[in-house]
Design a protein around this ligand. Structure first.
Ligand SMILES: NC(=O)c1ccc[n+]([C@@H]2O[C@H](COP(=O)([O-])OP(=O)(O)OC[C@H]3O[C@@H](n4cnc5c(N)ncnc54)[C@H](OP(=O)(O)O)[C@@H]3O)[C@@H](O)[C@H]2O)c1
Length: 234
């Protein structure tokens, strides 16, 4: 048993960027993983690497988390092959770069569905097992755009505000049933990570900073409630 409040984690977008860094940190602590996103080749490559390096089971599953039926089917598959999930990291997300007057309706749907609806769907799929065991943690990767407005990012801000609001409401529903809900609100994070320390952008967070914050939340004692965690690089 590792020292974290997690034994089996599902990470959306877990094969790239921030999600992969979180996956690496959890695997290093002995947590079994399910990595979900749309690119099977990348998922399989990173799952095999993590499994080989840390000796934990890592299951790669393709999933478009905008599709509710797919989300529910993948969770059932996860449960059958690995067991119930006690840590969900809602990390998948997409950005957008439009002035409001130019923003296509399809782009609004794409960003809202990926960031906000996907967070809801995955949470809803994982919750019954967590509630049944009165044990579980849900960590959402939101953004500083969940708390501030930025020009050319209206739908991204709307989606990340939605994630934060959803998380606050969810916490009220489940916090007395053994389930924790945390939301990380990072500023700019260097993705993909630099090849060497010399290529680090000043003032940007690194993906490892987010991974470390996830481990920190999972090490808190049972009586400590961490809600949202703002993070910015200096
Ligand atoms: N980088 C930053 O500066 C920054 C700052 C604050 C917050 N964030 C947030 O951090 C999270 C991770 O972003 P990142 O920077 O690490 O970029 P990233 O590497 O592009 O990660 C985004 C992930 O989302 C997955 N994804 C996108 N659409 C999906 C869908 N429909 N179904 C399933 N998975 C989907 C992608 O995988 P596939 O393409 O294979 O599906 C990818 O793995 C995002 O929520 C982002 O908003 C990033």
């Amino acid at each position: 048993m590792n020292e974290l409040r997690a034994t089996r984690a599902l990470i959306s977008g877990g094969a790239s960027g921030i999600g992969l860094a979180i996956a690496e940190a959890l695997a290093s602590q002995g947590v079994e993983l399910v990595l979900v996103s749309r690119r099977l080749g990348l998922l399989e490559q990173e799952a095999a690497r993590l499994q080989g390096r840390y000796g934990v089971r890592v299951l790669p599953l393709t999933l478009d988390l905008c599709d509710g039926a797919q989300v529910r089917a993948r969770y059932t598959e996860t449960r059958e092959r690995l067991g119930p999930i006690d840590l969900l990291v809602n990390n998948s997300g997409v950005g957008s770069d439009y002035l409001v007057q130019d923003l296509p309706e399809s782009e609004w749907d794409r960003v809202m569905d990926t960031c906000a609806k996907g967070t809801f769907l995955l949470t809803q799929a994982c919750l019954p097992d967590m509630l049944a065991h009165r044990h579980g943690t849900i960590i959402n990767i939101a953004s500083q755009a969940a708390k501030n407005g930025y020009a050319r990012a209206s739908v991204y801000c709307a989606a990340k505000f939605a994630v934060l609001g959803f998380a606050k409401a969810l916490r009220e529903e489940v916090q007395h049933q053994g389930i924790r809900v945390h939301t990380l609100c990072p500023g700019l994070v260097q993705v993909p990570p630099p090849a060497c320390p010399g290529e680090r952008k000043p003032g940007w967070l690194q993906v490892e900073d987010l991974a470390e914050a996830v481990l920190y939340t999972l090490r808190q004692p049972a009586h400590v409630q961490l809600d949202e965690i703002g993070m910015t690089g200096i």
